[in-house]
Design a protein around this ligand. Structure first.
Ligand code: ATR
Length: 287
């Protein structure tokens, strides 16, 4: 063996810190694509690398132990781990405690700290268009994505009503965050709202020609935001576009929650446009 040091083309060395996204499944995740593109853009792809790992629910505790042992820098977490993960950490941010879910873990010198960046994934794209204070917002769905959305909107003092197929779940969420609740049959009211957010899975690839929102209720003054991003443009967004409403694609939620994660992991500001282009390219969208 010679003394020559070998460096890979991407500049990864023994000092490179690992970030990774976990989920089950995880193969569809765009987080590695988005974060690695950002590392390259900032010339820090020798310092950080972002990969993915499929982690089964029953292995979550062992996984967290591995993070400690291997000194992994950051973890981004998707379904089904968002509720369980926080139980294994050393410290959880009060906002993540309020939302009840952690989607980001940062290893700060051996101390594992949990955060939630999903709520900013909802709030930040909307705040590019409007202030949220006193805005009337209809949130459709009452699952995990809705929780993050309702927390963020309540934080910004919007006037929120949650509509869900299972009304009891909407009521429970609304009680917690001091807003209103109703069933899907009340969705006609959204003509009076300013912002409509779909957080349900309706519109996803398997139901790509379905929407819970009757197009007759969507008006040009609405801002319509869909958490679903496969397909890139859901039926809900297509209907909204057709009447001249402002639309926000689900990719914006992904990008903005990822930008906040990026800052947590690298302590640097995320290159937004590079991350957006990486995501759109991976989805085959020419925007
Ligand atoms: P996530 O964490 O991604 O938000 P979730 O917690 O499983 O996922 O929540 C899914 C949401 O989509 C729920 O609000 C669910 O309604 P229910 O609470 O009544 O189950 C909603 N949803 C899923 N499929 C639906 C459908 N076909 N019609 C109406 N709502 C649907």
């Amino acid at each position: 063996m010679s003394n020559q040091s070998y460096v890979t083309t991407s500049g990864i060395t023994a000092k490179t810190r690992i970030c990774l996204t976990i989920g089950d499944p995880v193969e569809h995740s765009l987080s590695p694509t988005m974060h690695n593109a950002a590392y390259r853009e900032l010339g820090i792809d020798d310092k950080f690398v972002f990969v993915a790992a499929r982690v089964k629910v029953e292995h979550l505790a062992d996984f967290v132990q591995a993070v400690r042992i291997m000194n992994i820098l950051g973890v981004s977490c998707t379904l089904p781990h968002k509720l369980e993960l926080k139980k294994h950490l050393d410290w959880v941010d009060p906002i993540a405690e309020d939302i009840g879910a952690v989607n980001t873990v940062v290893n700060e010198g051996g101390v594992l700290k949990g955060y939630n960046t999903d709520w900013l994934g909802v709030v930040a794209p909307l705040e590019k268009l409007t202030s949220l204070e006193r805005r009337k917002v209809a949130v459709i769905g009452a699952g995990g994505a809705a929780r993050a959305a309702v927390y963020g909107l309540a934080n910004r003092r919007a006037i929120v009503k949650v509509y869900n197929r299972t009304v009891a779940k909407a009521e429970s969420l609304a009680r917690e965050f001091h807003c209103w609740a109703g069933g899907l049959e009340e969705l006609g009211e959204i003509v009076d709202a300013e912002i409509i957010i779909n957080t349900t899975s309706v519109g996803l690839s398997g139901t790509k020609d379905e929407s819970l929102v009757n197009p007759d209720f969507i008006k040009s003054y609405h801002i319509c935001f869909d958490a679903v991003y496969t397909p890139y443009e859901t039926k809900f967004l297509r209907d909204a576009k057709a009447v001249g409403a402002t639309i926000i694609h689900g990719t914006e939620m992904l990008i903005h929650q990822g930008m906040v994660q990026f800052k947590h992991f690298t302590n640097q500001n995320a290159p937004e446009e590079v991350m957006r282009q990486a995501v759109l390219q991976a989805l085959g969208v020419s925007d």
